[in-house]
Design a binder for this molecule. Structure first.
Ligand code: C5P
Length: 392
């Protein structure tokens, strides 16, 4: 049984630690909780004890604690140390190596990996001191579940809110190498394609790659080995997976084929349906009028990978960007492409294509589900969790 040592430091978000404990114990991960003095202002030791079904540690100099288990032993008794929520103060102490209470002493004494989920006011998060501390901690290998952006308890708005418990839990699973997709290979396509007209011009689309990249990261967080095949997107390569950069649909197809075999394929890329005949030289303006573009159909990567054969992934998920008759078009597309699941989104004028939110309808072998509008990360986590369930 895997076990985490969960340090709960102060802050209004401490209540979310209880939900995190529930998720972990439900998944069979043991939790030993440590509550800091300020953490105890927000959650009670009793509630943590009830959920972890074990002793909650609070004091460095408690004789009972020392006789039962010394702090050095406690710091090494788990497979992973998690600080959630992590205040600016505990992060600063961790960066500086200060050990002036039980939590910070354990963090200094441990020989196990450490994962932190910061939560604080936006100005505290953006303060150069906190930024420098975070950079130092990351450099030392501390894993970070970045805070979310949104309205804060203090009335301000910005990054600093504790990430939601399912996201922290996925990061824990990934750090423990314990996710439901452990040992599975997933290929994810993402972003637009660029189809050249001549050496300086191309045909593209509004896809940002946000949804596909988030799905790749969410699958990796559940333990999958992920190959992300990305068209030109202005996004950093997600950590913990392999990203292959391509420009055109044909390059994307070749990269996907080279990455096979896979257990899972998620085709979230907005692949250009057509490509122009590429001119060897830059097209010039002429008095004879505008040049005509001759278009040829691109290979359909999703339909190709969905076709029966020895290399067909066990689960193929396609996407459908529609502007009307969502259900009808999505069902027809799922049948036409031959994929197992289809994620349909309405991109009709609501800022979804290229934006940060998505509203999707998921079609599977067993029916359809309409999901509420949510950010693309949340969509990715929900989809990855469903894929995880499919493989367990
Ligand atoms: O046919 P349409 O472009 O609407 O289908 C969308 C789905 O098909 C997406 O999953 C997209 O990634 C995939 N697709 C593809 N190759 C193409 C065109 C679309 O993989 N050439």
């Amino acid at each position: 049984m895997k076990r985490i040592l969960l340090i709960v430091s102060g802050g209004i978000a401490a209540y979310k630690a209880l939900e995190l404990v529930r998720l972990a114990t439900k998944a069979g991960i043991g939790v030993t909780a440590v509550l800091t003095k300020s953490g105890a202002q927000f959650v009670t030791p009793l509630s943590l004890q009830a959920l972890t079904t074990s002793k909650v540690y609070q004091d460095l100099f408690s004789l009972t604690d020392e006789s039962e288990m010394g702090h050095i032993e406690l710091s090494r008794s788990a497979d992973l140390v998690v600080v959630a929520p992590a205040t600016a103060n505990i992060l600063a102490k961790l960066a500086a190596g200060v050990a002036d209470d039980l939590a910070t002493t354990l963090l200094l004494a441990t020989d196990k990996p450490v994962l932190v989920a910061p939560a604080m006011n936006v100005r505290m998060w953006q303060h150069p001191a906190t930024e420098a501390n975070m950079a130092l901690l990351k450099q030392r290998g501390v894993m970070v579940v970045e805070p979310d952006e949104g309205p804060m308890a203090c009335g301000e708005y910005g990054p600093g809110r504790l990430a939601e418990p399912p996201e922290i839990f996925s990061a824990i699973q990934a750090a423990l190498n314990n996710g439901p997709l452990k040992g599975k290979h997933a290929i994810v396509t993402s972003g637009p394609t660029h189809e050249p007209i001549d050496p300086v011009r191309y045909i593209a689309n509004r896809s940002s790659g946000r949804q596909g990249h988030a799905i790749a990261a969410a699958l990796a967080a559940l333990g999958a080995r992920v190959t992300l095949v990305s068209g030109p997107a202005a996004l950093p390569d997600p950590l913990g997976l392999t990203t292959i950069h391509v420009e055109t649909a044909r390059e994307m197809l070749a990269a996907v084929q080279a990455a096979l075999p896979a257990d899972i394929a998620v085709c979230a890329a907005a692949v250009g349906d057509w490509r122009p005949e590429e001119a060897a030289q830059k097209l010039k303006k002429t008095v004879d009028g505008v040049p005509a573009l001759t278009l040829t159909e691109n290979p359909d990567i999703l339909a190709g990978i969905s076709a029966p054969g020895p290399q067909r992934p066990r689960l193929v998920v396609g996407f459908a960007a529609e502007t009307e008759k969502l259900m009808e078009h999505a069902a027809a597309k799922r049948a036409r492409k031959g994929c197992d699941w289809l994620v349909a989104n309405n991109v009709g004028g609501t800022g979804i294509m290229g934006g940060s939110e998505n509203e999707v309808l998921l079609l599977t072998e067993t029916g359809s589900e309409q999901w509420d509008r949510m950010n693309k990360q949340a969509v990715a986590q929900k989809l990855a969790a469903k894929i995880g369930e499919h493989f367990t």
